[in-house]
Design a protein around this ligand. Structure first.
Ligand code: FDP
Length: 278
């Protein structure tokens, strides 16, 4: 596992360089989810693939940017599902973006996650590793990731990050979001899953939601690459993650690119979501 963490750290430093120096324009490719890929999405994916291919404990990898799995070592133990550059549509406006890695064993169900890493490319390069607990690291002047602190959610937060657009929400969801704001929560939504969830984790709590909507009844965010990794992190940090009713980590995708409605938060906010979905 440590070798995998090190490969991810090396990729992060290279991708940060790409973000700062390379063309952030579109390519002519469309990925398996139907999004037109940026040139930098493709390059970041290649960087990660090259680093993970060197690691003997990696059995196979699958990227959000590719339709199929890539076998690595027949005798490897771990499967790595990753989103090389989440929120890359924010690059042109110079907002933070991230990379997400779920390290699975024996299949890509939520319950098979063994560890999670995400990177946040912001003014600082930061990395979060969750295995037994959740730890924040930052890149120092010697290009080493140094430990900053453990991340632990409070029972209740004050931030609200509601995904999608109001015109596609159900009446019930709109009512819940209105009530949350009426009770004093602040709106914090950049449109990048990694920075939006990172903010909630580091500011002690709150709610991030991407519900079932009229245009995307099964939600937008992908289980293997985005939802399960963050569900794992929120639970390890002392909060919760549900699809509205059920625990996200109990879900099994029938295809690696399947999506699900999702709610991540501290315990009080998750209880509230459950109440509205009774
Ligand atoms: P993006 O489309 O820029 O890749 O992964 C999808 C994602 O970004 C998440 O990072 C983000 O949380 C979400 O989409 C934002 O979607 P909405 O604009 O529909 O709220």
């Amino acid at each position: 596992m440590h070798e995998i963490f090190n490969a991810i750290k090396k990729s992060a430093i290279k991708i940060k360089w790409l973000i700062e120096n390379e063309d952030t324009g579109y390519s002519t490719n469309i990925n398996s989810t139907g999004d037109t890929q940026l040139k930098i999405d493709i390059k970041s994916d290649l960087i990660i693939e090259e680093e993970l291919k060197k690691i003997s404990s990696v059995k196979e990898i699958i990227s959000e940017e590719k339709e199929s799995r890539t076998p690595i070592n027949k005798n490897g133990k771990y499967l790595v599902g990753y989103d090389p550059l989440d929120g890359s549509s924010l690059l042109d406006v110079n907002l933070s973006v991230g990379s997400i890695f779920g390290i699975y064993q024996d299949g890509y169900d939520g319950k098979n996650l063994k560890a999670v890493v995400y990177i946040i490319y912001g003014p600082r390069l930061e990395l979060v590793i969750a295995d037994e607990d959740v730890k924040l690291y930052k890149l120092d002047e010697n290009r080493e990731f140094i430990f900053v602190k453990n991340i632990k959610l409070n029972e209740k937060g004050y931030l609200n990050a509601p995904g999608s657009t109001q015109s596609c929400w159900s009446k019930k969801h709109k009512q819940m979001i209105d009530d949350i704001f009426a009770s004093g929560y602040r709106l914090r939504y950049s449109g990048g899953m990694v920075p939006d969830l990172h903010q909630i984790l580091l500011k002690g709590g709150g709610l991030f939601s991407y519900p079932s909507t009229s245009d995307k009844p099964k939600g937008k965010l992908r289980m293997v690459f985005e939802v399960f990794p963050f569900a794992y992190i929120f639970e390890k940090a002392g909060g919760g993650a549900i699809d509205g009713k059920k625990r996200l980590l109990d879900l099994s995708p029938s295809h690696p690119h399947d999506t699900t409605p999702c709610f991540f938060g501290s315990n009080e906010e998750i209880k509230l979501v459950l109440k509205y979905n009774e």
